[in-house]
Design a protein around this ligand. Sequence first.
Ligand code: F0G
Length: 372
Amino acid sequence: MRMSDVLRQLRQQHVAAEARPRLLHRYAAFLPLTDATPPLSLGEGGTPLLHARTLGRAIGCPELYLKLEGSNPTGSFKDRGMVVAVAKALEAGARAIVCASTGNTAASAAAYGAAAGLEVVVVLPAGQIAAGKLVQAQLAGARVIAVDGNFDAALRIVRELVAQGTSHGHPLTLVNSVNPHRIAGQKTGAFEVCDDLGGAPDYLAIPVGNAGNITAYWRGFTEYRDAGLVETRPLMLGFQAVGAAPLVLGHDVADPATVATAIRIGHPASGEHARRARDESGGLIDSVTDEEILAAYRDLARLEGVFCEPASAAAVAGVRKVAADGRIDPSATIVCVLTGHGLKDPATAQAQAAPVIDAAADPAAVMEALGW
Ligand code: F0G
């Protein structure tokens, strides 16, 4: 190609980039927006859908796709819902937002709250938050309160705070996924999957914690089908962590955190919606062990170069399990939602990583260390 053609193409791309719609605009027809909703954005959405050929072959599912939600501005899917929730809070004249969180919601609320000029308060289970998530919230200026209890306790507390309001009379807006604007924003993940595949996948696999995201994806697929944009909906496959799988066991459980704290929630606020998504779609909700989660976590990095957080790897661990059991059709199109970025949780990454090899600062010593 000649240089002048290259330059012309780049100029066209610049024009296209300027015109590229933000998430709120792209899917405005499906979102609760008005002329008064501020055009808030940190560049969320539009995340990659990767055909994971090597990992797919390794687990016997050649049409395995990964939706890389760690590519969102704060490194998790929460940004899709948070941009809508915070824009609507601004529109309603809010001054402060509050959430309970295992870390990602907190990081997202802190970032969008900072961009919107709102006061942000996050209530977290003490000692259970991955380092990357915690510093994101702190650095963005949120006030971080660590309580001696689990996520369920933190959520009860913030609901009470919102019911009472502050002593100086400011109303608080709750930005957990019980806020319907969060679900509305998060369903855009389903729209993007359909847009990229040219139709709905056969299966959608997703980690389930408070059950907001599985609820949002099911709603997204349903709205796209009802609008005539796709013909089918996927079977929904939800995965929880063994020891903290209330939707599998049928009763609430409280589990001490080990890995994947984001999906260790005893009483999912949207549990009923998750069951409905499972039953209406003909899918399933199952549990995976920490060992299965960590094996998938390592394989994603080693076979695909995809570094996600452990909770996200639960979707791949689950697909591997139910494919091996013969409970899903392994030749079908399967999309796993990788909900958060691996850098969120450096401690787990370090514990799973190969050791660094020390060597003197000269080529011969490095070659010797490599065994060359
Ligand atoms: N994956 C990650 C990385 C998460 O952070 C969460 C939830 C989930 C999956 C589960 O999504 O709750 O919609 O079913 N994290 C919440 C938080 C609880 O506070 O950041 P869900």
